[in-house]
Design a protein around this ligand. Structure first.
Ligand code: OGA
Ligand code: NI
Length: 369
């Protein structure tokens, strides 16, 4: 325990700048490389080998939310049961008829695509640091000499309101700030609805999870991922295997190009998105609150040599300074709490310093037996 505290302290002092000069993956992709730089070549065990892939027809559950939030407040038991099973068995599901306007989804993705199509030097003014990660970035983690992922990204805060800072948001294309703001508002509403379903499905009062997250004071941020074409996609990953550290993630995938893979037992399933669907997944904080009834599942992104890919990951998180631990209602002497309390601020230092490392964090964050 003491050792961990000390590690975190050392790491925070490392977080003012990146350990090496940042190279934009977009620049590499545009320089017509014939080979892949060594920094992006994954060890053989992590490469996206086809042999461990599930049959192409396999997909994560697709759940139609139409009717779930009817005016009279009644809910549809079949839909609730499907969400419950998806959270326990998969940690991932797609939702359609989720209430966010399809035009807004397209506008959000295409505004961001335009932003990423700006020349690299036009984006450098937004360049980020590992302290907050806000802005234009090209790596996750501060370990010197790490093997990197084949992607650039943009990270910004939406909630709490005092962290929403338009000056840290892009100003091109001219509509982008308005679109991001509107998109954030609609996606937050969807998150609030799903949170109620997650609570009810565990026999809790429907605002239980929201309360445990800090009520109105929750956090929300957006990471837009840009995966350029890759000259040797079989050697690289767009995003290494990880579980999301926060509460819940609402992903808007590229409508043209697949890339997200979800771990199911020992195989990787390539998600085939439905038109205008969101991909929802449970993050580590909800796994912790549910005492591991809901699963935060490992996922990664593969790249290809034909087409770039753009995705928007919206993270819905607990208030960052309150301790998160298994809900009292869900633990007993027969079912003891699996995790000690920890704030999300503390928890996310791990991924911010180490970078994406499978499920190693939540698995090491267990109560002493
Ligand atoms: C993420 C993530 C998946 C994707 O940003 O955490 O898992 O498809 N993204 O880009
Ligand atoms: Ni993720």
């Amino acid at each position: 325990m003491n050792k961990n505290k000390k590690d975190v302290k050392v790491e925070t002092s490392m977080m003012d700048e990146w350990p090496e000069p940042i190279v934009r993956v977009q620049s590499l992709a545009e320089s017509n490389l014939s080979s892949l730089p060594n920094r992006y070549i994954k060890p053989a065990s992590q490469r996206p080998t086809m042999t461990e892939d599930a049959p192409a027809a396999t997909n994560i559950p697709i759940i139609d939310l139409e009717g779930l939030f009817s005016e009279d407040g009644s809910s549809d038991d079949v839909i609730m049961a499907r969400i419950s099973e998806a959270c326990r068995e998969w940690g991932f599901f797609q939702v359609v008829n989720h209430g966010v306007r399809p035009e807004l989804m397209d506008a959000a993705r295409e505004n961001w695509r335009e932003f990423f199509h700006l020349p690299v030097n036009a984006k450098e003014t937004y360049s980020n640091s590992p302290r907050t990660y806000e802005g234009y970035g090209s790596r996750l983690g501060v370990e010197k000499g790490a093997i990197l992922d084949w992607s650039d990204y943009y990270y910004l805060h939406h909630l709490p309101p005092h962290l929403e800072d338009f000056n840290k948001w892009p100003s091109f294309p001219p509509t982008i700030r308005e679109v991001i703001d509107e998109y954030g508002k609609e996606v937050v509403q969807l998150c609030e609805r799903i949170m109620r379903v997650l609570s009810s499905n565990l026999g809790l009062k429907e605002d239980k999870f929201q309360e445990a997250f800090g009520g109105k004071n929750i956090g929300a941020c957006l990471r837009v991922n840009y995966y350029p074409k890759c000259p040797r996609p079989e050697l690289a990953l767009g995003l290494s295997s990880h579980s999301d550290p926060g509460g819940m993630t609402i992903l808007l995938p590229d409508d043209q190009v697949v890339g997200l893979q979800v771990r199911k037992d020992d195989t990787w399933i390539t998600v085939k998105p439905q038109p205008h669907a969101f991909i929802v997944n449970i993050g580590d904080q909800i796994q912790i609150l549910s005492n591991s009834t809901y699963k935060s599942v490992e996922h990664r992104v593969i790249v290809n040599s034909e087409k770039e890919r753009v995705s928007l990951a919206f993270f819905y998180n607990p208030k960052s300074d309150i301790p998160i631990e298994p809900l009292q209602e869900l633990v007993s002497t027969h079912n003891p709490p699996l995790y000690p309390p920890m704030t999300f601020d503390q928890y996310r230092l791990f991924i911010r310093t180490q970078g994406p490392r499978g499920k190693s964090h939540v698995e090491s964050h267990v109560s002493p037996r």
